[in-house]
Design a protein around this ligand. Sequence first.
Ligand code: ACO
Length: 322
Amino acid sequence: MRAVALGCGHYLPERVVSNDELAAQVDTSDEWIVARTGIRRRHIAAEGEKTSDLAAAAGRAALENAGLGPEDIDAVVVATATPDQTFPSTATRVQHALGIKRGFAYDIQAVCAGFIYVLANANGLILSGQAKRILVIGAETFSRILDWDDRATCVLFGDGAGAIVLEAQEGDGGPADRGVLGTCLHSDGAYNDLLYVSGGPSTTQTAGFLRMEGREVFRHAVVKLADVAEEVMEKVGVGPTDLDWIVPHQANLRIIDATARKLSMSMDKVVVTVQDHGNTSAASIPLALSVAVDEGRIRPGDLLLMEAIGGGLAWGAALLRW
Ligand code: ACO
């Protein structure tokens, strides 16, 4: 059995904030942000626009793209670190918003690695026969947990959502199958302090603000992403030359570039959207994927490598034949 992607979709809030706009608020510049990160602009959710609104819009687009309706879906899984509320899950809100009446819905929290985790989880649900068609979503409103006075972090992130629909289909068991071919997940809580939010229900009873040791996160990212990419390729039995696209977590162009170089992959084969979206955490991979599918770059049968790292530290990679 394989978890095969039937379609994808994304949603970006209307408001676009340029680097120059941020430079009017904190001591930064377009030149600094572009040189250090590759980011030129990001979308920011409107007042009152919640993560579940973004997630539902992306989910609706993915269902439409797959030619399916709410009655066809039996599970909704959402990766997010910025839920609407501490509980209930954002996924149950999305389930309701989309008119999905059966099955189950829940959230997964692995911050920027969230989409790899939720994809691995949905793949497990399909392989174990617990669900046949799953709406898999990454959605975030990081603008809500940013300290807008901290120039080292507020310039990096944006809001958005991306979604794919997975369906249980029979495959041959080899790397030529369509669908999820393999996933590898890792985490190491020894690095909690490198990237965290300074609050939470059981500590401060507030949501808190994002805090980060940028240079340290960068160092771990380049090494761990290349390692986990090689691990998943070895697990599936493919090599870098078999890949059609890398769809990386969009944190920073320099991390994306350094990881591609470590894998000896040309940047022509890497989907890059960080310039337009900033870092949208768990939403970044499905957003980049959906944009590349819309542009006709990713086509059915293409072999995609996805990789991500974030707070935890938590990281992982997945191979998916589109
Ligand atoms: N504008 C201007 N100057 C700034 C800004 C800014 N927005 N932010 C920091 N600086 C200054 C610092 O204060 C510092 O000044 P100093 O030398 O006078 O002390 C100088 O720039 C260099 O700061 P560093 O933090 O060393 O800059 P670095 O080259 O490491 O770039 C960055 C910072 C972009 C955050 C980088 O470390 C990075 O990309 N790290 C990865 C973090 C990341 O992407 N996290 C996202 C979440 S995890 C993930 O998704 C992978």
